[in-house]
Design a protein around this ligand. Structure first.
Ligand code: NMX
Ligand code: MLT
Length: 428
Protein backbone atom coordinates (compact mmCIF):
# COMPACT_ATOMS: atom_id res chain seq x y z
CA UNK A 1 0.00 0.00 0.00
CA UNK A 2 1.32 3.43 -0.93
CA UNK A 3 2.47 5.54 2.03
CA UNK A 4 0.20 8.55 2.59
CA UNK A 5 1.50 12.09 2.78
CA UNK A 6 0.54 14.41 5.63
CA UNK A 7 -1.82 16.21 3.25
CA UNK A 8 -3.57 13.00 2.22
CA UNK A 9 -3.86 11.89 5.85
CA UNK A 10 -5.42 15.19 6.91
CA UNK A 11 -7.66 15.36 3.83
CA UNK A 12 -9.15 11.99 4.80
CA UNK A 13 -10.03 13.33 8.28
CA UNK A 14 -11.50 16.70 7.35
CA UNK A 15 -15.06 15.65 6.38
CA UNK A 16 -15.53 13.88 9.74
CA UNK A 17 -14.07 16.81 11.71
CA UNK A 18 -16.29 19.31 9.91
CA UNK A 19 -19.35 17.19 10.52
CA UNK A 20 -18.48 16.88 14.20
CA UNK A 21 -18.09 20.64 14.59
CA UNK A 22 -21.31 21.42 12.72
CA UNK A 23 -23.26 18.94 14.85
CA UNK A 24 -21.83 20.32 18.11
CA UNK A 25 -22.70 23.87 17.09
CA UNK A 26 -26.16 22.97 15.88
CA UNK A 27 -27.10 20.94 18.95
CA UNK A 28 -25.33 22.87 21.71
CA UNK A 29 -24.34 26.23 20.23
CA UNK A 30 -26.10 28.27 22.92
CA UNK A 31 -24.81 26.42 26.00
CA UNK A 32 -22.55 28.44 28.33
CA UNK A 33 -19.05 27.02 29.00
CA UNK A 34 -17.39 29.93 30.78
CA UNK A 35 -18.18 33.09 32.71
CA UNK A 36 -16.01 36.19 32.88
CA UNK A 37 -15.28 37.97 36.17
CA UNK A 38 -14.20 41.61 36.30
CA UNK A 39 -10.69 40.55 37.37
CA UNK A 40 -10.39 38.35 34.29
CA UNK A 41 -11.40 41.14 31.93
CA UNK A 42 -8.70 43.34 33.47
CA UNK A 43 -6.27 40.44 33.92
CA UNK A 44 -5.38 39.11 30.51
CA UNK A 45 -8.57 36.99 30.26
CA UNK A 46 -6.85 34.43 32.49
CA UNK A 47 -8.85 31.20 32.56
CA UNK A 48 -11.63 32.38 30.23
CA UNK A 49 -12.61 29.54 27.91
CA UNK A 50 -13.23 31.36 24.67
CA UNK A 51 -11.49 29.49 21.87
CA UNK A 52 -10.97 25.94 20.63
CA UNK A 53 -7.60 24.27 20.07
CA UNK A 54 -7.30 20.57 19.34
CA UNK A 55 -3.53 20.19 18.99
CA UNK A 56 -2.82 20.13 22.73
CA UNK A 57 -4.13 21.04 26.17
CA UNK A 58 -2.32 22.27 29.27
CA UNK A 59 -3.73 20.80 32.48
CA UNK A 60 -2.90 22.91 35.57
CA UNK A 61 -1.86 19.81 37.53
CA UNK A 62 -0.29 17.81 34.70
CA UNK A 63 1.17 20.15 32.11
CA UNK A 64 1.30 19.70 28.38
CA UNK A 65 -0.73 16.91 26.79
CA UNK A 66 -0.44 16.60 23.03
CA UNK A 67 -3.40 14.85 21.44
CA UNK A 68 -4.03 12.89 24.64
CA UNK A 69 -0.35 12.00 25.20
CA UNK A 70 1.52 13.58 28.15
CA UNK A 71 4.68 15.34 26.96
CA UNK A 72 6.98 13.14 29.08
CA UNK A 73 5.75 10.12 27.08
CA UNK A 74 6.72 11.91 23.85
CA UNK A 75 10.11 13.26 24.85
CA UNK A 76 12.08 10.73 22.81
CA UNK A 77 10.15 11.31 19.59
CA UNK A 78 11.45 13.24 16.61
CA UNK A 79 9.99 16.75 16.19
CA UNK A 80 8.77 15.65 12.74
CA UNK A 81 6.68 12.95 14.48
CA UNK A 82 5.32 15.59 16.85
CA UNK A 83 4.25 17.85 13.98
CA UNK A 84 2.41 14.97 12.37
CA UNK A 85 0.78 14.16 15.70
CA UNK A 86 -0.26 17.81 16.21
CA UNK A 87 -1.90 17.97 12.79
CA UNK A 88 -3.51 14.54 12.57
CA UNK A 89 -3.92 13.37 16.17
CA UNK A 90 -1.88 10.21 15.49
CA UNK A 91 1.81 9.39 15.55
CA UNK A 92 3.12 8.56 12.07
CA UNK A 93 4.56 5.24 10.99
CA UNK A 94 8.26 4.96 10.14
CA UNK A 95 7.49 5.22 6.43
CA UNK A 96 5.22 8.22 6.92
CA UNK A 97 7.99 10.03 8.82
CA UNK A 98 10.49 9.26 6.09
CA UNK A 99 8.12 10.58 3.41
CA UNK A 100 7.33 13.67 5.48
CA UNK A 101 11.06 14.38 5.96
CA UNK A 102 11.55 14.08 2.20
CA UNK A 103 8.72 16.56 1.62
CA UNK A 104 10.17 18.97 4.15
CA UNK A 105 13.52 18.86 2.35
CA UNK A 106 11.74 19.62 -0.92
CA UNK A 107 10.33 22.77 0.76
CA UNK A 108 13.71 23.72 2.21
CA UNK A 109 15.20 26.29 -0.17
CA UNK A 110 15.67 29.66 1.50
CA UNK A 111 15.32 32.37 -1.17
CA UNK A 112 18.42 34.54 -1.70
CA UNK A 113 16.49 37.72 -0.92
CA UNK A 114 15.95 36.46 2.64
CA UNK A 115 19.71 36.17 3.20
CA UNK A 116 20.18 39.66 1.73
CA UNK A 117 17.57 41.10 4.12
CA UNK A 118 19.24 39.41 7.11
CA UNK A 119 22.72 40.55 6.14
CA UNK A 120 21.47 44.13 5.71
CA UNK A 121 20.15 44.30 9.29
CA UNK A 122 22.19 46.19 11.93
CA UNK A 123 24.77 44.12 13.82
CA UNK A 124 22.98 45.02 17.04
CA UNK A 125 19.61 43.59 15.90
CA UNK A 126 18.16 41.08 18.31
CA UNK A 127 18.19 37.54 16.82
CA UNK A 128 14.42 37.38 17.33
CA UNK A 129 13.93 40.56 15.27
CA UNK A 130 16.10 38.94 12.58
CA UNK A 131 14.13 35.68 12.56
CA UNK A 132 10.73 37.39 12.53
CA UNK A 133 11.81 39.71 9.71
CA UNK A 134 13.07 36.77 7.64
CA UNK A 135 9.80 34.85 8.04
CA UNK A 136 7.86 37.96 7.07
CA UNK A 137 10.11 38.57 4.06
CA UNK A 138 9.32 35.04 2.91
CA UNK A 139 5.65 36.00 2.60
CA UNK A 140 6.53 36.49 -1.04
CA UNK A 141 6.50 32.67 -1.28
CA UNK A 142 2.93 32.27 -0.01
CA UNK A 143 0.83 29.76 -1.93
CA UNK A 144 -2.24 30.90 0.04
CA UNK A 145 -1.90 34.50 -1.15
CA UNK A 146 -1.62 33.39 -4.80
CA UNK A 147 -4.53 30.96 -4.61
CA UNK A 148 -6.71 33.48 -2.78
CA UNK A 149 -6.03 36.10 -5.46
CA UNK A 150 -6.98 33.58 -8.15
CA UNK A 151 -10.25 32.86 -6.29
CA UNK A 152 -10.59 29.70 -4.24
CA UNK A 153 -13.47 28.05 -2.38
CA UNK A 154 -13.47 28.48 1.43
CA UNK A 155 -13.36 24.71 1.82
CA UNK A 156 -9.99 24.67 0.04
CA UNK A 157 -8.27 27.25 2.27
CA UNK A 158 -6.49 24.60 4.31
CA UNK A 159 -4.60 23.20 1.29
CA UNK A 160 -2.40 26.21 0.45
CA UNK A 161 -2.17 26.89 4.21
CA UNK A 162 -0.62 23.46 4.65
CA UNK A 163 1.65 24.17 1.68
CA UNK A 164 2.77 27.43 3.37
CA UNK A 165 3.20 25.55 6.65
CA UNK A 166 5.51 23.06 4.95
CA UNK A 167 7.47 25.96 3.48
CA UNK A 168 7.86 27.64 6.89
CA UNK A 169 8.77 24.41 8.64
CA UNK A 170 11.06 23.35 5.78
CA UNK A 171 13.09 26.57 6.05
CA UNK A 172 12.80 27.94 9.59
CA UNK A 173 15.66 25.83 11.02
CA UNK A 174 17.94 26.89 8.16
CA UNK A 175 16.97 30.55 8.57
CA UNK A 176 17.39 30.35 12.35
CA UNK A 177 20.84 28.79 11.97
CA UNK A 178 21.64 31.50 9.41
CA UNK A 179 20.63 34.19 11.91
CA UNK A 180 23.12 32.68 14.38
CA UNK A 181 25.94 32.39 11.85
CA UNK A 182 25.36 35.91 10.47
CA UNK A 183 25.24 37.47 13.91
CA UNK A 184 27.97 35.54 15.71
CA UNK A 185 30.14 33.88 13.04
CA UNK A 186 30.77 36.57 10.41
CA UNK A 187 28.04 35.24 8.13
CA UNK A 188 29.79 31.94 7.41
CA UNK A 189 26.75 29.75 6.75
CA UNK A 190 26.87 25.95 7.06
CA UNK A 191 24.91 23.83 4.57
CA UNK A 192 22.35 21.25 5.74
CA UNK A 193 22.85 17.54 5.06
CA UNK A 194 20.18 15.57 3.17
CA UNK A 195 20.90 12.61 5.48
CA UNK A 196 20.00 14.27 8.75
CA UNK A 197 16.67 14.79 10.47
CA UNK A 198 15.25 18.28 11.11
CA UNK A 199 16.78 18.76 14.58
CA UNK A 200 20.16 17.19 13.79
CA UNK A 201 20.43 19.40 10.72
CA UNK A 202 19.64 22.49 12.77
CA UNK A 203 22.44 21.60 15.22
CA UNK A 204 24.81 21.00 12.29
CA UNK A 205 23.95 24.31 10.61
CA UNK A 206 24.51 26.15 13.89
CA UNK A 207 28.01 24.64 13.93
CA UNK A 208 27.67 22.93 17.33
CA UNK A 209 30.16 20.16 18.13
CA UNK A 210 28.37 16.80 17.59
CA UNK A 211 29.61 15.13 20.84
CA UNK A 212 29.09 11.62 19.50
CA UNK A 213 25.42 12.20 18.72
CA UNK A 214 24.51 13.83 22.06
CA UNK A 215 24.04 17.27 20.46
CA UNK A 216 21.47 15.92 17.99
CA UNK A 217 19.67 14.21 20.90
CA UNK A 218 19.65 17.47 22.85
CA UNK A 219 18.24 19.36 19.87
CA UNK A 220 15.52 16.77 19.22
CA UNK A 221 14.48 16.98 22.86
CA UNK A 222 14.54 20.78 22.81
CA UNK A 223 12.43 21.03 19.65
CA UNK A 224 9.96 18.41 20.83
CA UNK A 225 9.42 19.92 24.28
CA UNK A 226 8.69 23.46 23.05
CA UNK A 227 6.46 22.47 20.13
CA UNK A 228 3.03 23.54 21.39
CA UNK A 229 1.24 24.74 24.54
CA UNK A 230 -2.46 24.85 23.60
CA UNK A 231 -4.07 27.92 21.98
CA UNK A 232 -4.18 30.70 24.56
CA UNK A 233 -0.52 31.53 25.13
CA UNK A 234 0.63 34.84 23.64
CA UNK A 235 2.33 33.47 20.52
CA UNK A 236 -0.32 30.88 19.62
CA UNK A 237 -3.14 33.30 20.30
CA UNK A 238 -1.47 36.05 18.23
CA UNK A 239 -0.78 33.69 15.34
CA UNK A 240 -4.38 32.52 15.52
CA UNK A 241 -5.81 36.04 15.58
CA UNK A 242 -3.70 37.25 12.67
CA UNK A 243 -4.43 34.06 10.73
CA UNK A 244 -8.15 34.41 11.39
CA UNK A 245 -8.18 37.48 9.15
CA UNK A 246 -6.93 35.08 6.42
CA UNK A 247 -3.48 36.61 6.59
CA UNK A 248 -1.26 33.78 5.38
CA UNK A 249 1.06 31.58 7.47
CA UNK A 250 4.10 33.83 6.98
CA UNK A 251 2.27 36.88 8.37
CA UNK A 252 0.68 34.87 11.16
CA UNK A 253 3.77 32.97 12.33
CA UNK A 254 5.96 36.07 12.17
CA UNK A 255 3.38 37.90 14.31
CA UNK A 256 3.22 35.02 16.80
CA UNK A 257 6.99 35.00 17.09
CA UNK A 258 6.97 38.73 17.87
CA UNK A 259 4.92 37.78 20.93
CA UNK A 260 7.29 34.96 21.83
CA UNK A 261 10.07 37.59 21.90
CA UNK A 262 8.68 39.15 25.11
CA UNK A 263 10.42 38.49 28.47
CA UNK A 264 7.21 37.25 30.11
CA UNK A 265 6.88 34.64 27.34
CA UNK A 266 9.67 33.01 25.28
CA UNK A 267 12.41 35.52 26.07
CA UNK A 268 12.30 34.31 29.68
CA UNK A 269 14.78 31.59 28.66
CA UNK A 270 17.50 34.16 27.90
CA UNK A 271 16.59 36.05 31.10
CA UNK A 272 16.77 32.84 33.11
CA UNK A 273 20.26 31.88 32.18
CA UNK A 274 21.34 35.49 32.71
CA UNK A 275 19.92 35.29 36.23
CA UNK A 276 21.68 31.98 36.93
CA UNK A 277 25.02 33.27 35.61
CA UNK A 278 24.64 36.47 37.66
CA UNK A 279 24.29 34.43 40.86
CA UNK A 280 27.37 32.44 39.89
CA UNK A 281 29.31 35.63 39.16
CA UNK A 282 28.25 37.20 42.40
CA UNK A 283 29.25 34.23 44.52
CA UNK A 284 32.25 33.02 42.47
CA UNK A 285 30.92 29.66 41.18
CA UNK A 286 27.91 27.43 41.88
CA UNK A 287 26.25 29.27 44.81
CA UNK A 288 25.03 27.59 47.98
CA UNK A 289 21.30 27.32 48.71
CA UNK A 290 21.58 30.15 51.24
CA UNK A 291 23.23 32.38 48.64
CA UNK A 292 20.52 31.57 46.06
CA UNK A 293 17.87 32.41 48.62
CA UNK A 294 19.50 35.80 49.30
CA UNK A 295 19.77 36.57 45.60
CA UNK A 296 16.16 35.53 44.95
CA UNK A 297 14.97 37.92 47.67
CA UNK A 298 17.21 40.67 46.30
CA UNK A 299 15.56 40.18 42.88
CA UNK A 300 12.04 40.24 44.31
CA UNK A 301 12.75 43.20 46.60
CA UNK A 302 13.99 45.22 43.64
CA UNK A 303 10.56 44.73 42.04
CA UNK A 304 11.64 42.17 39.40
CA UNK A 305 10.31 38.72 38.60
CA UNK A 306 12.38 35.56 38.94
CA UNK A 307 12.51 34.38 35.33
CA UNK A 308 11.54 30.79 34.62
CA UNK A 309 9.20 30.55 37.61
CA UNK A 310 5.43 30.94 37.62
CA UNK A 311 2.87 30.21 34.95
CA UNK A 312 -0.50 31.45 33.79
CA UNK A 313 -2.03 27.95 33.70
CA UNK A 314 0.30 25.46 35.39
CA UNK A 315 0.17 24.89 39.13
CA UNK A 316 2.89 22.22 39.35
CA UNK A 317 6.46 21.86 38.10
CA UNK A 318 6.35 22.04 34.31
CA UNK A 319 7.02 18.51 32.97
CA UNK A 320 9.11 20.11 30.24
CA UNK A 321 11.41 21.43 32.98
CA UNK A 322 11.50 17.93 34.49
CA UNK A 323 12.56 16.51 31.11
CA UNK A 324 15.40 19.04 30.80
CA UNK A 325 16.53 18.42 34.36
CA UNK A 326 16.63 14.67 33.63
CA UNK A 327 18.62 15.21 30.44
CA UNK A 328 21.03 17.49 32.32
CA UNK A 329 21.47 14.90 35.07
CA UNK A 330 22.48 12.34 32.46
CA UNK A 331 24.86 14.50 30.41
CA UNK A 332 25.88 17.48 32.56
CA UNK A 333 25.74 16.44 36.22
CA UNK A 334 29.20 17.85 36.97
CA UNK A 335 28.68 21.21 35.25
CA UNK A 336 28.34 24.17 37.66
CA UNK A 337 25.61 25.85 35.55
CA UNK A 338 23.51 22.68 35.67
CA UNK A 339 24.17 22.28 39.40
CA UNK A 340 23.07 25.87 39.97
CA UNK A 341 19.83 25.37 38.02
CA UNK A 342 19.06 22.24 40.05
CA UNK A 343 19.80 24.09 43.31
CA UNK A 344 17.64 27.07 42.26
CA UNK A 345 14.79 24.57 41.87
CA UNK A 346 15.34 23.46 45.47
CA UNK A 347 15.16 27.03 46.76
CA UNK A 348 13.06 29.39 44.62
CA UNK A 349 9.60 27.75 44.99
CA UNK A 350 9.92 28.19 48.77
CA UNK A 351 10.94 31.83 48.37
CA UNK A 352 8.05 32.53 45.99
CA UNK A 353 5.59 30.87 48.38
CA UNK A 354 6.89 33.06 51.21
CA UNK A 355 6.70 36.12 48.95
CA UNK A 356 3.06 35.21 48.43
CA UNK A 357 2.31 36.84 45.08
CA UNK A 358 2.86 34.28 42.34
CA UNK A 359 -0.10 31.94 41.88
CA UNK A 360 2.37 29.24 40.87
CA UNK A 361 5.79 29.07 42.55
CA UNK A 362 7.07 26.21 40.37
CA UNK A 363 9.49 26.33 37.41
CA UNK A 364 8.31 26.52 33.80
CA UNK A 365 10.17 25.23 30.74
CA UNK A 366 12.44 28.27 30.55
CA UNK A 367 14.06 27.55 33.91
CA UNK A 368 15.72 24.42 32.55
CA UNK A 369 16.50 24.87 28.88
CA UNK A 370 19.26 27.50 29.04
CA UNK A 371 21.74 25.49 31.09
CA UNK A 372 21.52 22.63 28.59
CA UNK A 373 22.13 24.92 25.61
CA UNK A 374 24.96 26.70 27.45
CA UNK A 375 26.79 23.47 28.14
CA UNK A 376 26.33 22.24 24.58
CA UNK A 377 28.21 25.29 23.27
CA UNK A 378 25.43 27.81 22.64
CA UNK A 379 26.53 30.58 24.95
CA UNK A 380 24.95 33.58 23.23
CA UNK A 381 21.81 33.63 25.34
CA UNK A 382 20.23 36.43 23.33
CA UNK A 383 19.78 33.68 20.74
CA UNK A 384 17.85 31.22 22.94
CA UNK A 385 14.35 32.39 22.03
CA UNK A 386 15.14 31.66 18.38
CA UNK A 387 15.44 27.96 19.26
CA UNK A 388 12.11 28.17 21.09
CA UNK A 389 10.66 29.77 17.94
CA UNK A 390 11.85 27.04 15.59
CA UNK A 391 10.08 24.54 17.78
CA UNK A 392 6.95 26.61 18.46
CA UNK A 393 6.45 27.19 14.73
CA UNK A 394 5.12 23.60 14.73
CA UNK A 395 2.36 24.41 17.21
CA UNK A 396 1.40 27.64 15.50
CA UNK A 397 1.39 26.10 12.03
CA UNK A 398 -0.59 23.02 13.00
CA UNK A 399 -3.21 25.17 14.76
CA UNK A 400 -3.42 27.45 11.72
CA UNK A 401 -3.90 24.56 9.28
CA UNK A 402 -6.63 23.01 11.42
CA UNK A 403 -8.42 26.34 11.82
CA UNK A 404 -8.40 26.85 8.06
CA UNK A 405 -9.72 23.32 7.59
CA UNK A 406 -12.55 23.96 10.07
CA UNK A 407 -13.36 27.41 8.73
CA UNK A 408 -12.87 29.05 12.16
CA UNK A 409 -14.30 32.57 12.19
CA UNK A 410 -12.33 35.80 12.31
CA UNK A 411 -11.42 36.61 15.94
CA UNK A 412 -13.40 39.49 17.42
CA UNK A 413 -14.11 39.41 21.16
CA UNK A 414 -16.10 42.29 22.62
CA UNK A 415 -14.23 44.89 24.64
CA UNK A 416 -15.99 47.15 27.13
CA UNK A 417 -15.01 50.51 28.59
CA UNK A 418 -14.14 51.10 32.25
CA UNK A 419 -17.27 53.27 32.48
CA UNK A 420 -19.37 50.31 31.23
CA UNK A 421 -17.69 48.05 33.77
CA UNK A 422 -18.42 50.46 36.66
CA UNK A 423 -22.07 50.59 35.67
CA UNK A 424 -22.28 46.82 35.22
CA UNK A 425 -20.85 46.02 38.67
CA UNK A 426 -23.23 48.49 40.34
CA UNK A 427 -26.18 46.71 38.75
CA UNK A 428 -25.02 43.28 40.14
N1 NMX B 1 8.67 36.17 40.18
C1 NMX B 1 8.12 37.20 40.87
N2 NMX B 1 6.83 37.52 40.84
C2 NMX B 1 6.03 36.72 40.10
C3 NMX B 1 6.51 35.62 39.40
C4 NMX B 1 7.90 35.35 39.45
N3 NMX B 1 8.46 34.36 38.75
N4 NMX B 1 5.47 35.03 38.76
C5 NMX B 1 4.37 35.75 39.05
N5 NMX B 1 4.72 36.78 39.85
C6 NMX B 1 3.85 37.87 40.32
C7 NMX B 1 3.28 38.59 39.11
O1 NMX B 1 4.22 39.53 38.56
C8 NMX B 1 2.05 39.26 39.71
O2 NMX B 1 2.47 40.39 40.42
P1 NMX B 1 1.56 41.73 40.48
O3 NMX B 1 0.31 41.31 41.19
O4 NMX B 1 2.39 42.68 41.22
O5 NMX B 1 1.31 42.13 39.05
C9 NMX B 1 1.58 38.19 40.70
O6 NMX B 1 2.73 37.36 40.97
C10 NMX B 1 0.46 37.33 40.17
O7 NMX B 1 0.83 36.78 38.92
P2 NMX B 1 0.39 35.31 38.49
O8 NMX B 1 -1.10 35.28 38.46
O9 NMX B 1 1.05 34.30 39.35
O10 NMX B 1 1.04 35.14 37.05
P3 NMX B 1 0.45 35.55 35.62
O11 NMX B 1 -0.47 34.49 35.17
O12 NMX B 1 -0.04 36.95 35.64
O13 NMX B 1 1.79 35.54 34.74
C11 NMX B 1 3.94 34.68 34.15
C12 NMX B 1 2.47 34.35 34.43
C13 NMX B 1 4.62 33.45 33.55
C14 NMX B 1 4.02 35.82 33.13
C15 NMX B 1 4.62 35.07 35.48
O14 NMX B 1 4.60 33.97 36.38
C16 NMX B 1 6.05 35.57 35.30
O15 NMX B 1 6.24 36.76 35.05
N6 NMX B 1 7.08 34.66 35.42
C17 NMX B 1 8.44 35.02 35.15
C18 NMX B 1 8.67 35.09 33.64
C19 NMX B 1 8.63 33.72 32.99
O16 NMX B 1 9.19 32.76 33.48
N7 NMX B 1 7.98 33.63 31.81
C20 NMX B 1 7.99 32.40 31.02
C21 NMX B 1 6.63 31.77 30.82
C22 NMX B 1 6.77 30.50 30.06
N8 NMX B 1 7.04 30.69 28.65
O17 NMX B 1 7.89 30.02 28.14
O18 NMX B 1 6.40 31.50 27.97
C1 MLT C 1 4.40 28.34 26.53
O1 MLT C 1 5.07 27.31 26.36
O2 MLT C 1 3.78 28.89 25.62
C2 MLT C 1 4.42 28.95 27.89
O3 MLT C 1 4.56 28.00 28.90
C3 MLT C 1 3.40 30.02 28.13
C4 MLT C 1 1.97 29.63 28.24
O4 MLT C 1 1.56 28.51 28.01
O5 MLT C 1 1.19 30.53 28.63
Amino acid sequence: MAVKTLKETLAAQIPRLRKERTKLLKEHGKKVISEVAVAQAFGGMRGVKGMVCDTSVVEPDKGLIIRGKPILKLKDKLPEEIFWLLVTGKLPTKNEVALFQKELRAHGKVPDYVWKVLKAMPKSSHPMAMLDTAILAMENESAFRKRYAEGMAKTDYWEPTLEDAMRVMGTIHTIAAGVYRIKYHRARLIKPSPKLDWAANYAKMLGLPPRAGATAKMMRLYLTLHSDHEGGNVSANTCHTVGSALSDAFYAVSAGLNGLAGPLHGLANQECLKWVLETMDKFGGAPSKAQIRDYAWETLNSGKVIPGYGHAVLRVTDPRFTAFLGFGKKYLAKEPVYQTVARVYDVVPGVLKEHGKAANPWPNVDAGSGCILYNFGLQEFEYYTVLFSVSRSMGMLSQLVLNRAMGTAITRPKSVSTAWMKKAVKAK
